[in-house]
Design a protein around this ligand. Sequence first.
Ligand SMILES: [Zn+2]
Length: 333
Amino acid sequence: MSKLKRVSRSDRRGFLRTGLTGLAGLASAPLLGSLAGCQQLPAAQAGSKAAASASGQKGAALATEKLSDRITLITGAPGNVIALSADNGVLLVDSGAAGSARAVKASLGGAKVHTLFNTHYHADQTGGNELFGKEGATIHAHLITRQWLATDFYVPADDRWVKAFPKVAWPTETFRTKGETRAGTENIEYGYLLEAHTRGDIYVFFRDSNVLAVGDVASPERDPVLDWYSGGWIGGRVDAMDDLLKLANDSTKIVPAYGPVMTRAQLKAERDIMAHLYDKTTEATDHGRSAKDMLDDGILNDVGRKFEDPYRFLYDVSKGNWAHYTNFGGNIV
Ligand SMILES: [Zn+2]
C-alpha cells in the first residue's frame, strides 16, 4: 500500500469523525440538491408511471426469491426489496419506487409491514414509504436521508426541483452511526456508510440469516453511481466497501439495490476495481485532468468491468474528487 493511499484513507476517516460530530452543519445539505433517483436510472423510470409499467400490472405481485427460511428478496420494484417475516408481520429493507408500492405490498401476501429501512433517499428505494408509513410502519434511516426526504431539493442533472415527501413518508427513527434491533428471532445490525453513493447510505445486516443489504453501495451489473451532489464519491465508496467486507464472510448473501445477490468474493472484486480507479482518478484530478481527459487517457480500459456510460461515470467521479480534493492530499487550487 502506498504512502499516499494510507494518508488518503486516514484523511477520509478523519472526515468521518468530523462529520459525525458536525452533523448540525449538514442540516441544510438537501438544499444543495441532487438526484431523485440513481443517475443511471432515467428520471421517468424513477417516477410512478414508468415504474408501474416496469412492474407489470399495477398491484400484481413481483418476482420473489427465498434467501432463507424467513427472508425473501422481492425483485423488479424496479430494484430489490428485502422482506423479513416474523410472527408479528414483516420488516422491509427499501420500499421500491412509488409506482411499485402496491406490487411490493401484494408480494407480501397480506402480511403487515411493521418496520421499514431505507438504505438511502433515492426515489427508487423510498417510493413506497408513503403507503407503508400510512399503514403504520416505523421507518428507519440515516438522519441525512430523512433530511433529503423532508426537504424540496434541486436535481442539477435534470434541472428540476423535487418536492419533499409528505410527512407520513418520512423516516420516523433516525441514527448517525449504527444501531441494532430484533424482529422475531432475527438479530439485525445497521450502520452508516459514509459518502459511498449519497451522504446517507446505510447497510442492514441480518446477522442470524447472514444476509447483508447494501443498497447502491455495490453495483454488480449497472454502472456504479456516485451521487456527487448529495456527497457520494469514489473514496467514500472504497471505504464503505471495506467496511462491508469486514462484516461479511464467505457464506454471506450480499444484496445490492439492483442486480443479483453477491458473494463476498464478488463484492471484493468490485471493491478492488473501485480502489484501483480511486488511485488512478485522484492522481489524474490532482494533475488537473478532466473527466474527458480521463476517458481519452483510457483510465477505464482493462479494469475488469465494462461501463455502459463511461463518460458519465468519470464525470461523477471527477465531480466527487474535486469536492473532496483535500481528502486525498491534492493541491489543485
Ligand atoms: Zn441510489
